[in-house]
Design a protein around this ligand. Structure first.
Ligand SMILES: *Cc1c(COP(=O)(O)O)cnc(C)c1O
Length: 373
């Protein structure tokens, strides 16, 4: 670990809450032989059909279709909704930003679990709103009862991340149903299902199920092509929900940020969905094997339903991450809390297990990351 560089003052007046944000930090560059397990990317190469579609979309001198109409129609068909009830973004993170901006300003509150996706607190602050971070329950799961209790007259949006990035567990349908019954109907609830395709737990909440019931027009479901569909580099995700909520999001969007290449790649991926979902199954099986082996080694690994596993290394986080990195495994440490490791290439799994086996023996007796014998 190198010392943090000196932070220079900003020469112009910047909103104080923005100036207080930590400066952007360059991620670790993976050396050629390292496994990059830090961003939950799909380890498989793109399908040839998807690459062909991208190559064929060659009119680089033209702007894309501003509304990604073809992709919206295609997704609308799948969900049995109108295309106005679908919104495409340059990654679902950009739609998250739009929804927070559209609903929440200074004095308003955005409620979400913590620890969860790193972007949530930052998006709330960017909108000028106040993040309300509700601690996870034991098992690194959402505490939806506490989240419902955290709602005040100032709450404008609630984000539910399932499976939770970075810790892994899902929210169950029963938990979500009990929660949504308690939330005032004029508060936006964003169900962030970035990893939905990897879920194998039949009790998991399903965005499609909630939308099809039609009982909760305040719920917007977010999905992405970045993870299961392997298009992280092209930036394309979508929201499904009430047309007027999505209109509000569209009003805040930076125009034309979804490229024609991203749109055709997403369409081609939907054409090749069964082939892509076979790969997702391979990763889910690899994940389950990894979790079982880590638990056998003595690690207290929470349920993992995405394409990543969580090591609750607490105060040992940076030291353990260093061990992974020395072995050529780029992982994502969250200082003082834990380490997220993506389920990558098959060859990376053995290496992860090797390091995890040697590290677990060095953890003090009774450490939270160790399973009770
Ligand atoms: C990866 C991720 C997203 C979306 O990523 P995009 O690449 O912007 O589509 C959204 N939410 C969570 C929790 C994620 O982990």
């Amino acid at each position: 670990m190198t010392d943090a560089p000196e932070i220079l003052p900003i020469p112009v007046r910047v909103r104080p809450e923005i100036a207080a944000l930590p400066p952007y930090k360059q991620g670790k560059q993976a050396s050629a032989d390292a496994f990059k397990l830090s961003s939950n990317e799909n380890p498989f190469d793109p399908l040839p059909g998807v690459l062909d579609a991208v190559n064929a979309a060659s009119a680089l001198n033209r702007y894309p279709d501003a509304t990604a109409a073809r992709l919206r129609e295609r997704i609308a068909e799948r969900y049995g909704v109108t295309s106005d009830e679908v919104h495409i973004g340059a990654g679902s993170v950009s739609i998250l930003a739009q929804l927070v901006l559209a609903t929440s300003g200074p004095g308003d509150e955005v409620v979400f679990a913590w620890r969860s996706f790193e972007a949530y607190p930052w998006l709330a602050v960017l909108a000028g709103a106040t993040p309300v971070m509700v601690p996870l329950a034991p098992g690194a799961r959402h505490d939806l009862a506490a989240m419902a209790d955290a709602v005040t007259g100032r709450t404008r949006a609630i984000i539910v991340c399932t499976p939770n990035n970075p810790t892994g567990p899902i929210v169950t349908q029963a938990e979500f149903d009990a929660f949504i019954a308690k939330v005032p109907a004029d508060i936006l609830v964003i169900l962030d299902e970035a990893y939905a395709e990897f879920v194998t737990d039949v009790d998991a909440v399903g965005g499609e199920r909630i939308l099809s019931r039609g009982a909760h027009p305040n719920v917007v479901v977010l999905r992405t092509f970045s993870k299961a569909f392997g298009l992280a580099g092209l930036r394309v995700g979508y929201a499904v929900g009430h047309a007027r909520i999505l209109d509000a999001a569209r009003s805040t969007a930076i125009p034309l940020s979804v490229t024609a290449h991203a749109e055709v790649a997403a369409l081609a991926s939907l054409d090749a969905e069964s082939e892509l979902l076979e790969r997702v199954e391979v990763i889910a099986e690899r994940r389950d094997r990894l979790v079982a082996a880590l638990r056998d080694l003595g690690w207290a690994i929470p349920d993992a339903q995405g394409n990543f596993v969580w090591f609750p290394a607490a105060d040992e986080t940076l030291a353990v991450a260093e061990r992974f990195e020395q072995a050529g495994l780029i992982v994502r440490p969250f200082a003082g809390d834990g380490i997220r490791v993506s389920v990558g290439e098959e060859a990376s799994v053995e290496k992860v297990l090797g390091i995890a086996a040697s590290v677990v023996r060095t953890l003090p007796e009774g450490h939270v990351a160790r399973r009770l014998a």
